[in-house]
Design a protein around this ligand. Structure first.
Ligand code: SF4
Length: 428
């Protein structure tokens, strides 16, 4: 039989059998042995490592009637209690898609996409290590300050006026400001461009990036751009799976742990991990990541947090916290596992100041909204006042939780003066 014919026969037979047995998506670099025989390519985001922050009650953000693929993987590999560090699976090699993973295994072609990446040796008790970057946020965290950050949205046209006005309101109140961009898949100025402007306006900026919108190439290129502009903080996010309009193709060339690993590898070694190319002036960002503490079973976000720390994260901004008691239970586990010795953890606090924002809150992927919080805000005669009061109370309660280094205020509404008011009413 001719070699090409044989290859096609093996590929088709493998695809058919593994498709029936594992819902295999024929990536050609099979990791079923590492993932408890659950195919990670069946995740709608095709994440190799997960879950993303959108899963709640074990279900998928993008397909809410289906269990989250990565929650299933954790369950198969370590059960409902295990908390050991997960392996870091590399990004796939797209050239191997729809080829035979058996043949690729035999030839060794699947190795770069199958064999887990080694974690970098980043030392222990990392919060106590001397300053690593030029970030002022890092300096404040390491000085033991109670950290308060917030956000500013990148403009949706080539016009700085609204951003400048908001920056004027926020200046002097926060340790750093995230420059958010491409919200709901809509075009805007990029986060590095907005972050550079925020920095120029005298605030410490955090650039954001999502694997939904980036390939490895554009991710590293933006990190270089940040370094050039004097933006020394970078938050690496998965990004919400976008099901509405506009109907865009979503990238997911990496997952958030792989982004962290790529950025940290570059910071530590001056070499781009996926190309092997040396960069004479490498970007050296203070690296942030996100976590959803309300992902269940409870060991899943603990393992994911460990993975993000090992991949290179320095700080965390958590998903929205409206259930302080449940978050405190999560943080107790974080401290038991010693993760709080390596990561500065900021709790995400929503500042909900309008009826439309309140209605939207439970629809945000991964957000857990207790009934009591909804009732309290919905019944308020003055929702802005109640939203601010509730955020202040939440911040004070979070302050008492061991392992929490500060809060990240997220405005649900448009009036930035509300987050400033929360900041001013918090105890110093
Ligand atoms: S919740 Fe996220 S990680 Fe889990 S299957 Fe859905 S998209 Fe993938």
């Amino acid at each position: 039989m001719r070699p090409n014919l044989l290859r096609r026969l093996v590929t088709r037979t493998e695809g058919f059998v593994k498709g029936m047995m594992f819902d295999c998506r024929a990536c050609g670099q099979c990791v079923l042995k590492t993932t408890g025989l659950v195919c990670p390519m069946t995740c709608p985001k095709a994440l190799r490592n997960g879950p993303c922050g959108g899963t709640l009650d074990g279900m998928c953000e993008a397909a809410p009637d289906r269990p989250c693929v990565h929650v299933r993987i954790h369950g198969r590999v370590v059960g409902g209690e295990g908390t050991d560090l997960p392996p870091l699976l590399p990004p796939i090699d797209p050239r191997l898609m729809h080829t035979s993973s058996y043949l690729n295994y035999l030839s060794g072609a699947d190795q770069p996409g199958r064999v887990p990446l080694p974690y970098l040796d980043l030392g222990c008790d990392r919060k106590r290590q001397p300053q690593q970057t030029q970030s002022k946020l890092e300096a404040a965290m390491k000085a033991g300050e109670w950290i308060v950050t917030s956000e500013i949205r990148s403009p949706r046209s080539a016009d700085w006026s609204a951003l400048v006005k908001k920056a004027d309101q926020l200046r002097g109140h926060f340790h750093a400001i995230n420059a958010t961009a491409y919200l709901n898949g809509r075009p805007s100025l990029s986060s590095p461009v907005a972050a550079a402007k925020v920095q120029e306006l005298g605030l410490e900026a955090i650039a954001q990036t999502t694997c939904r919108d980036h390939t490895r190439t554009s991710f590293v290129s933006e990190a270089m751009q940040n370094q050039l502009a004097g933006v020394y903080n970078l938050l690496c996010l998965t990004g919400d799976y976008f099901v509405g309009a506009p109907a865009i193709r979503q990238v997911y060339d990496m997952d958030s742990a792989l982004m962290l690993h790529e950025a940290r590898h570059l910071r530590e070694t001056g070499v781009i991990c996926f190309t092997g190319q040396e960069v004479p002036v490498p970007p050296r960002p203070w690296l942030g990541a996100a976590i959803n503490p309300f992902t269940t079973p409870e060991n899943v976000p603990i393992r994911r947090l460990k993975q993000k720390a090992a991949a290179g994260a320095d700080f965390i901004q958590s998903q929205v916290i409206l259930d302080v008691e449940r978050f405190a239970a999560f943080m107790a586990r974080v401290c038991d596992e010693g993760i709080d010795r390596d990561l500065f953890i900021l709790a995400g606090v929503p500042v909900v100041i309008g009826k439309r924002a309140l209605e939207m809150l439970p629809t945000v992927p991964g957000v857990w909204v207790p009934e009591a919080a909804m009732r309290r805000l919905a019944a308020a005669a003055d929702m802005r006042a109640e939203g601010v009061a509730m955020a202040v109370e939440t911040c004070e309660a979070l302050r008492a939780i061991p392992g929490v280094s500060g809060v990240h205020l997220m405005l649900f509404g448009t009036d930035s003066s509300a987050v400033v008011e929360v900041r001013e009413r918090m105890s110093a």
